[in-house]
Design a protein around this ligand. Structure first.
Ligand SMILES: [Zn+2]
Ligand SMILES: [Zn+2]
Length: 647
């Protein structure tokens, strides 16, 4: 039945109170035998997308003998002509366009059967329940399982033939009924007694319609996983086909605010994907930030409740005091996002492995923003701090290169380090850091001091060269430490520096002078203890103490006694050990747990014991006291205590 514009429609049903535009249009097109409502619009000369545009509805109004304004009130035209405005009119208020389902029917089958029309509020995505009948709204046909397009011939019938009124629906959750009822109330719909609006947190009940809808959309985007990593994507794209289930979860979160929201944030971290990289998590975190703190929302004061709760969450999880009261507000800091670089990118910028950089951060060597969420951690680094760190790091060398500067093998080199002669910046027995780190210039300076005033020339045939000197000294019970101390203390003269050799190996000695030094009687017994005696003084088992001596955690000297070399512990080395290390067992008593558990928790957080079963097959765990004195360590220890207290 082609329509012509001289003849009004044969049947002109009136719109019902609370009826939606497309549902009404379908009722009209069905009454007049049209194939579908879009066809009707086109036939009358209206835009087929009249719902979403401000195109005129006059031909339709004329055909229905209605005032154009009464039709205008039904459709969701843009709220303003401004470009980029996504707000559309809805009832007496406005909502974000992506909150409206425009192209398909959602419905309560019972209402549909009782009232015979599609309610306007059913098109609002956060409305997921019928508070009158206590059921979930349906967005699919029970007959064919497809979503029910408005492009159909009969109001009550899916194109597959199924009568939508015959569908049954699940009972709705009290939370989704509460949210639906509050939204319906804000749209001027009569309230229904089945739902208890008090279930919704009061802060939300008090919001304006548009703001409440924005909150549900924003949280919904993250509930559905769409918000994550989405950056600046528009809400419309995020929420395009978000289903009822998403908003039912949102309703539960709004009902238990902010606790349930915090749980959602925890969930992000936990389910960030197995093996999710730090960079991925940072992106995710940043997109959440980016959206939440975008100018669009910040300047309008929208999403205030989400922002407030998010900041509370961060404040309780940030480490490093970034959000302390004296610090700038998070919102201000986000202004210049370029200032912070995610861990992986930062590591790339300074040509470093991200795991290594993370260790440096955890050890407090470089300041970073560390966000702990559930079992995940996000790390952001200030560009300026990163550059300062890089400059400093270029001066640093690890054990391998440090040894090469002095031309020593590992064991004598570490003896020098533990004796404080070769100065380390960081290291296992220094601050508990797992890797020895040295400043190149410190080592070069030590070598320069050893060789200062020493003529550079090749050794003669009578000279005792370095390697031979070490052998003689060792045989006499003298270690490298005694050796270097003697040189630095001017008790042993270096006769010359061999230009062909490297480091300490450049040294050679006058035979008479060297033998006089090496055979010098020294009263070892007066200032040393046997390992057994040291064990007794430390209150440790002798096997444990032997291990500590062997691993150089307790400094020792080799002493020649009656032709036999034995290990003895200088008395000051015992005191030194006690002030530098603490047994995990002692800590365990203090924090009310077992030493194994304590060691495991600390290791999980990157705080490695200097010795112990999982480190070097030592029998007991020991930690560096200075490492444990760092803030992150004390927080972890307090965490162990509080977990036990609350258990
Ligand atoms: Zn109903
Ligand atoms: Zn169907």
């Amino acid at each position: 039945m082609p329509l012509d514009d001289t003849r009004p429609l044969v049947r002109t049903p009136r719109p019902q109170a609370g009826e939606g535009f497309m549902g009404y249009l379908l009722r009209v097109s069905e009454a007049n035998g049209c194939p579908d409502p879009y066809w009707l619009l086109r036939a009358l000369g209206c835009s087929a997308y009249a719902l979403a545009t401000s195109g005129t509805l006059k031909p339709l109004a004329d055909a229905l003998s209605l005032e154009e304004v009464s039709l205008e009130a039904l459709r969701h035209a843009p709220a303003s002509d401004g470009p980029g405005s996504r707000q559309v009119r809805f009832g007496s208020g406005t909502v974000h366009r992506s909150a409206i389902i425009a192209d398909r029917s959602r419905y309560c089958p019972i209402c549909l059967a009782e009232e015979g029309f599609f309610q306007s509020v059913w098109q609002l995505k956060p409305v997921t329940a019928c508070p009158k009948h206590g059921v979930q709204l349906l967005e699919r046909c029970a007959g064919c399982g497809r979503s029910v397009s408005w492009r159909r011939e009969e109001l009550f019938r899916c194109p597959c033939g199924h009568d939508l009124r015959q569908s049954t629906s699940q009972p709705a959750s009290p939370e989704s009924m509460a949210l639906s009822r509050v939204l319906m109330g804000k749209l001027g719909n009569p309230l229904h007694e089945v739902a208890d609006p008090a279930l919704l947190a009061e802060a939300f009940t008090a919001l304006e319609l548009a703001d409440l809808v924005d909150h549900t959309l924003f949280i919904g985007a993250y509930v559905s996983g769409r918000g994550r990593g989405a950056g600046r994507q528009t809400m419309s794209r995020l929420m395009g086909d978000a289903g009822i289930d998403v908003f039912q979860r949102v309703a539960v979160i709004l009902a238990d605010w902010p606790k349930a929201f915090f749980a959602l944030l925890d969930d992000f971290r936990r389910h960030g994907g197995e093996g999710a990289t730090h960079i991925g998590l940072e992106m995710e975190f940043r997109s959440f930030y980016a959206a939440l703190y975008s100018r669009q929302f910040r300047e309008s004061g929208k999403l205030g409740l989400v922002r407030g709760a998010f900041e509370t969450y961060l404040r309780n999880h940030w480490r490093g005091g970034f959000l302390g009261a004296k610090n700038r507000r998070l919102a201000d800091d986000l202004h210049d996002r370029q200032r912070y670089v995610p861990l992986a990118k930062a590591a790339r910028l300074i040509d470093m492995h991200s795991g290594a950089l993370e260790r440096e951060i955890r050890a407090g060597l470089i300041e970073a923003l560390i966000l702990r969420m559930g079992s995940r951690t996000l790390i952001m680094i200030d560009r300026e701090k990163l550059e300062a760190y890089r400059l400093n790091r270029d001066q640093m060398v690890g054990l391998f290169d440090a040894r090469r500067v002095l031309g020593l093998s590992k064991s004598p080199f570490l003896d020098l380090v533990r004796a404080g002669i070769a100065k380390a910046v960081r290291g296992p027995t220094l601050d508990g850091y797992a890797y020895w780190t040295f400043r190149k210039t410190d080592l070069q300076q030590l070598l320069d001091t050893i060789l200062s005033g020493v003529p550079e020339s090749k050794p003669g045939p009578d000279h005792i060269e370095y390697r031979k000197a070490v052998r003689i000294a060792t045989y006499r019970g003298l270690g490298i430490v005694d050796f270097v101390k003697a040189i630095l203390g001017r008790n042993l003269r270096v006769a010359g520096a061999d230009p062909r050799a490297v480091g300490m190996e450049r040294c050679y000695f006058d035979p008479d002078e060297f033998l006089a030094f090496a055979s010098g009687e020294r009263p070892f017994a007066n200032w040393t203890a046997s390992v057994e005696e040291a064990a007794a003084q430390l209150g440790l088992k002798s096997q444990v103490t032997y291990h500590l001596v062997r691993s150089n955690l307790i400094r020792s000297v080799s002493v020649s006694e009656g032709g036999k070399i034995s290990l003895r512990v200088p008395l000051d080395a015992i005191r030194e050990f006690e002030t530098s290390y603490i047994p995990a067992a002692e800590l365990a008593v203090r924090y009310g747990t077992s030493s194994r558990h304590l060691a495991a928790v600390l290791q999980q957080h990157g705080i490695v014991p200097v010795t112990g079963p999982t480190v070097d097959s030592g029998r007991q765990y020991f930690f560096s006291r200075s490492r444990l004195a760092m803030r992150d360590a004390s927080e972890i220890l307090e965490g162990i205590r509080s977990r036990i207290d609350t258990a």
